[in-house]
Design a protein around this ligand. Structure first.
Ligand code: SF4
Ligand code: SF4
Length: 235
C-alpha cells in the first residue's frame, strides 16, 4: 500500500533472484495518502541502496524511484519505457558490469545479511526528509558506504567474564545467543544481526560483551568447557 514498506532487503532479494532492474513508484513527496510520508523513507532507502550497489560493483542505474499520482498514466508509461531502455542498455545483471556470477551472488548475500545492521547504523539518515533533488546526491556518499562495510562490528562474549546471568540471552532479538543457567554464553555469529543489544544489556559489573571491529572474532569456547562451577556460600 505504501512505498515506505519497501525494505532494502526486498530490493537486494530482487537482484539476488536475477532481476536486471528494480523500479519503485511512490506517491508524490508531501502528498502522502496517509500521515506516514513513507515515500521519503523509500527515497532514502533507494539512495542508500544505490551507493551499496556501487560498492559491490553494480550500476546504481539499475534501481530507480519515481513519484507520481495515480492519475499520471502517461508519465508512468514514459518513465517505465525510459527505465526499460536503460536496463536493456546496461545488459543482464552483473554481465554488464563484468562481475563474475559467483562473486556477485556472494556479495549480494553478504550485504543482505548486513541489512539489519546497516539500518541501525544509518537510522538517522534513513529518516531524513530531503527538501530538494540537490540534496539527494549528498545524503549518502561513496566513501561513507565503503567505510560502513570496512568497519562492520561484531560482538563477542568474553568467557572469562560471563556470569551466565542470561540477560543478553533473553534480550537478543535474533536468538543468536547460545546459553543456559550456569553455562557461559556464546554468540552464534551466523545468526547475529549486530544490533548491539547484548552489549547494552550485559551488567557493567560483568562487562562480558565486547564490540570488535577490524580484527577476527575469537572462536566460541568448546561446549564441554562452558559450565560454570560456583562455590557454595560459606565454603
Ligand atoms: S548483537 Fe548481540 S543482541 Fe544483537 S543479534 Fe547479535 S548477539 Fe543478539
Ligand atoms: S549479560 Fe553478560 S554476563 Fe550475563 S550472560 Fe550475557 S554476557 Fe554473560
Amino acid at each position: 500500500m505504501c512505498s515506505g514498506r519497501i525494505d532494502l532487503a526486498f530490493v537486494l532479494r530482487a537482484f539476488s533472484n536475477g532481476m536486471d532492474g528494480v523500479f519503485i513508484g511512490g506517491c508524490r513527496l508531501n502528498e502522502c495518502n496517509y500521515i506516514t510520508q513513507g515515500n521519503y523513507d523509500a527515497l532514502n532507502m533507494v539512495l542508500l541502496c544505490r551507493r551499496i550497489m556501487e560498492h559491490i560493483g553494480l550500476s546504481p542505474e539499475r534501481l530507480r524511484i519515481e513519484f507520481m499520482t495515480s492519475g499520471e498514466g502517461i508519465l508512468l508509461t514514459e518513465v517505465i519505457n525510459d527505465f526499460g531502455k536503460k536496463v536493456r542498455e546496461l545488459g543482464p545483471l552483473g554481465k554488464g558490469e563484468e562481475i563474475d556470477e559467483g562473486e556477485l551472488k556472494s556479495k549480494l548475500e553478504e550485504v543482505t545479511k548486513l541489512v539489519p545492521y546497516i539500518k541501525i547504523v544509518k537510522r538517522e539518515k534513513l529518516a531524513s526528509r530531503l527538501e530538494n533533488e540537490e540534496e539527494y546526491e549528498g545524503l549518502f556518499t561513496k566513501d561513507e558506504v565503503d567505510r560502513l562495510f570496512s568497519e562492520v562490528v561484531s560482538y563477542h562474549i568474553d568467557p572469562e567474564k560471563c556470569q551466565a546471568c542470561m540477560i543478553c540471552f533473553r534480550k537478543c532479538p535474533a536468538e543468536a545467543i547460545i546459553g543456559a543457567k550456569n553455562q557461559i554464553h556464546v554468540i552464534d555469529q551466523e545468526k547475529c544481526i549486530k544490533c548491539g543489544t547484548c552489549l547494552e544489556a550485559c551488567p557493567p559489573r560483568f562487562g562480558a560483551v565486547r564490540e570488535i571491529s577490524g580484527e577476527p572474532v575469537p572462536p566460541p569456547i568448546p561446549e564441554e568447557e562452558r559450565t560454570i562451577v560456583r562455590k557454595k556460600k560459606g565454603k
